[in-house]
Design a protein around this ligand. Structure first.
Ligand code: PGA
Length: 240
């Protein structure tokens, strides 16, 4: 089955950086006859530029967040319809950095996912436990609770991302057994058709092993997606 590789640039990048990285990654992916689906999620102001750079390639564009609301008086927010117009096929919602830094609740994440689905955009709904929760043995319960309230019940048109908070940007990765257990747990909670990508310190050096773990439908890549060589290494590793 094809995998999905999602690049989450977070609050990084510039027009110059995009101009170097996007064509290089797109031509590398085409050169290796990449069978996997690929999505680039730049900061919102770079969406039109990255959309332009992706023209003619098979790579998809994604947002990093969207409002739960229709356009209106919401200063600083971006609606799903605006992402749609910018060419987004996907949007990340409920990333732990938004849950932590912006106090987003499961209910808000669910509303954002619903707003995306209503526009025909596939939300990538993120869940994951903190280190404290993992160490206290609560990881499975925490993720089950997140799923219960942040995943729209009326739709199957979403992707899930398991991102242990302690693995993001830390260089630490759960054991393959732990990833496999959590993905099976998520599947059991959400339904057997669910597609679940893994995110948290994915690098070229570990992508091959992670993407082959049972239940892992792909990878959500942060830091390593900003480096051409590293990201192309991940593309190659996921392909083999
Ligand atoms: P990381 O981030 O790959 O830099 O750990 C992943 C993410 O937060 O999506």
């Amino acid at each position: 089955m094809n995998k999905i590789i999602v690049a989450n640039w977070k609050m990084n990048g510039s027009t110059a950086m995009a101009g170097g990285l996007v064509p290089a990654v797109a031509s590398y992916a085409a050169g290796v006859r990449c069978q996997n689906e690929m999505v680039i999620c730049p900061p919102a102001v770079l969406l039109p530029e990255v959309a332009r750079l992706l023209q003619g390639s098979f790579l998809a564009l994604g947002g990093q967040d969207c409002s739960a609301h229709a356009p209106g008086a919401y200063t600083g927010d971006i609606s799903a319809s605006m992402l749609k117009e910018a060419g987004c096929r996907y949007v990340i919602v409920g990333h732990s950095e938004r849950r932590q830094n912006h106090g987003e609740t499961d209910a808000q994440v669910c509303a954002k996912a619903e707003a995306a689905i209503a526009q025909g955009i596939i939300p990538i709904i993120c869940v994951g436990e903190t280190l404290k929760q993992r160490e206290s043995g609560a990881a499975l319960d925490v993720v089950a609770a997140q799923l219960k309230s942040s995943v729209p019940s009326a739709s199957q048109h979403f992707l899930l991302a398991y991102e242990p908070v302690w693995a993001i940007g830390s260089g630490k990765v759960p054991t393959s057994a732990d990833i496999s257990q959590m993905h099976a747990h998520i599947m059991a909670n959400v339904g057997m058709g669910a597609k679940i990508v893994y995110g948290g310190s994915v690098k070229a050096a570990n992508a091959r092993e992670i993407v082959r773990i049972s239940g892992v439908a792909g990878l959500l890549v942060g830091g390593a997606s900003l480096n051409i060589e590293e990201f192309c290494g991940i593309i190659a590793a996921a392909e083999e």
